[in-house]
Design a protein around this ligand. Structure first.
Ligand code: PXL
Length: 270
């Protein structure tokens, strides 16, 4: 198979392999594209929770981005865990040197078990300086609440919050409804001229670790290949749903999803 596009992933490492940069690389690869990476932090974790977070020096994050992406030019960028204001500053400096238009930001804040992956000062800085410079942001309900100050209890609140984010200067937003206690899952997509609610079946499983990372990487990949941002969201949601449905049930806590759901292995490698 010919490689379709190149994606630069800027995110944290998850040693359990289900979320973070591991989920991102698996997603980009399983959807037929090439992944290059800049690691922002190393988390030590398993399916039961995060044991520790080790920060990579901000300048080294910038160096990873520039040194690799100046050589192999990405078609799109996916940004995940950015834990401090200085890290965000260095990422912004790097982006201004690369001139890549397609950027998807997953405003990662808290891991599944509740561990904080970003500090307060960084959230304020991200809201002011980063969310309006990317193509799309993909907050979940708690992240959308923090970014907007709106308490989100239902679909109408999600739409209200999405509008507020657009008024902040965000180009496209996809608020993911998985955290609401609803029978089906509604994800709200909005920009200045378009609005769409993607409704999915809710799967009864604890194995949803890394769904946010996976979705934003999938959207970045489809977007990089020429799909519209809305279509890329639709296809990304489809990929994640299929990955949840076929999850391998690994570990004793919140297990990973099946990133390989899109892959067929040639007979000659069996
Ligand atoms: O799902 C958010 C997330 C992002 N990045 C890293 C993570 C997690 C959740 O565990 O570990 C590195």
């Amino acid at each position: 198979m010919k490689i379709k596009s190149k994606i630069l992933i800027i995110a944290g490492s998850d040693s359990s392999g289900g979320a973070g940069i591991q989920a991102d690389i698996k997603t980009v690869t399983s959807l037929g594209s090439y992944a290059l990476t800049a690691i922002t932090a190393v988390t030590i974790q398993n399916t039961k929770g995060v044991k520790s977070v080790i920060a990579i020096p901000p300048n080294e994050i910038k160096n990873q981005i520039i040194y690799s992406a100046k050589d192999i030019k990405p078609d799109a960028i996916k940004i995940g865990m950015l834990h401090s204001k200085l890290v965000i500053k260095k990422v912004l400096e790097s982006l201004s040197k690369l001139n890549i238009k397609k950027i998807v930001l997953d405003p990662v804040m808290v891991a599944k078990g509740g561990a904080k992956l970003i500090d307060k000062e960084a959230i304020i800085f991200l809201k002011k300086n980063l969310i309006n410079k990317v193509s799309l942001i993909t907050p979940n309900i708690p992240e959308a609440e923090v970014l907007t100050g709106i308490k989100i209890k239902n679909k109408e609140d999600m739409i209200f919050a999405a509008n507020k984010l657009i008024n902040f200067g965000v180009k496209n937003v996809l608020i993911k409804g998985g955290h609401l206690n609803t029978e089906k899952v509604d994800d709200v997509f909005l920009n200045r001229s378009d609005f769409k609610i993607f409704t999915s079946k809710r799967f009864k499983t604890k194995n949803t670790h890394g769904t946010g990372c996976t979705l934003s990487s999938a959207v970045a990949t489809f977007f990089s290949c020429g799909k519209s941002i809305k279509k890329a969201c639709e296809l990304g949601i489809k990929y994640v749903n299929s990955a949840i449905l076929t999850n391998p049930n690994y570990g004793k806590g919140h297990g990973p999803i099946n990133h390989l759901n899109s892959i067929k292995i040639y007979k000659r490698f069996k």
